[in-house]
Design a protein around this ligand. Structure first.
Ligand SMILES: Nc1ncnc2c1ncn2[C@@H]1O[C@H](COP(=O)(O)OP(=O)(O)O)[C@@H](O)[C@H]1O
Ligand SMILES: Nc1ccn([C@@H]2O[C@H](COP(=O)(O)OP(=O)(O)O)[C@@H](O)[C@H]2O)c(=O)n1
Ligand SMILES: [Mg+2]
Length: 236
């Protein structure tokens, strides 16, 4: 009995000591870190990025709702479409290809789009990101995970009837080359064929929040608000 107790006590003491030592090390580094931060010696620890993908068909209200989320919860809004349009305007090497792709309502090669998103994330001093209109395809999704190396925390899907999306896009008046009936039809086909499977992917992983995107902008935002309110404590 003694031997068993002795062997138990020796195994308890060695594993207990090991655990205590590692906790002490953690505590020491933490308190040193806090003490040094107080003195302004070391930069505050990098915060883990909190990433929300914002999905939905053309005209479903993604951009409109992103503005409200930014105003209310302080996220950085990265619109994939805006980043691509900025690339066109800058007359970069990819600009002509991107313009033709957008005119056709097709999806730009993921490497191009992901690199633009990555650069914006690196330049941002925010750790909370709304990535609007991305991923639109399985290739988009896989490229983001491979290049940026993280998965989203939340995926929003603004679910809107097609006739409402067409009406909104045709009334958008932003002078966009892809806001015309011919292109919107192509974009809706792309959305059904390539983007809905990505939405289902996140639904199967329990990360999807589907918002009924019909009603006033404020009514729709009242469905969005509680989603982010629930994360406020932990995300900061
Ligand atoms: N709830 C709504 N009801 C009516 N029009 C809307 C609503 N939300 C957005 N819109 C308008 O519809 C158009 C498309 O909205 P937008 O946010 O650009 O959608 P997306 O980014 O999904 O294409 C814009 O002109 C916008 O002002
Ligand atoms: N991930 C993305 C997002 C947009 N795009 C292109 O950019 C166009 C406009 O995207 P957008 O998000 O601004 O369009 P809306 O849904 O806001 O109308 C798309 O129709 C695609 O041609 C892309 O190729 N890949
Ligand atoms: Mg948009």
């Amino acid at each position: 009995m003694w031997r068993r107790v002795a062997s138990l006590s020796s195994s308890i003491s060695s594993s207990f000591l090991a655990q205590t030592a590692s906790r002490l090390n953690t505590w020491e580094s933490l308190t040193t870190g806090i003490a040094q931060q107080a003195k302004g010696v070391i930069a505050p620890k990098e915060k883990t990025p909190f990433i929300t993908f914002v999905l939905g068909g053309p005209g479903s209200g993604k951009g409109t709702q992103c503005i409200k989320i930014v105003e209310t919860f302080g996220f950085a809004h990265l619109s994939a479409g805006d980043l691509l349009r900025r690339e066109i305007a800058s007359k970069s090497a990819d600009g002509a290809m991107i313009l033709n792709t957008i005119k056709e309502g097709k999806i730009v090669p993921s490497q191009v789009t992901v690199k633009l998103i990555q650069k914006e994330m690196e330049l941002s001093d925010n750790h909370k990101f709304l990535i609007d209109g991305f991923p639109r395809t399985e290739e988009n999704r896989v490229s983001f995970e491979r290049i940026i190396g993280v998965e989203p925390n939340v995926v929003l899907f603004f679910d809107c009837p097609e006739e409402e999306m067409v009406k909104r896009v045709l009334n958008r008046n932003e002078g966009r080359v892809d806001d015309n009936l011919e292109t919107i039809k192509k974009r809706l086909t792309v959305f059904q064929a390539l983007s809905l499977p990505v939405i289902n992917y996140y639904s199967e992983r329990g990360k999807l929040y589907t918002i009924k995107a019909i009603g006033t902008e404020d009514e729709i935002f009242e469905q969005v608000r509680p989603i982010f309110a629930a994360f406020e404590q932990t995300v900061g």
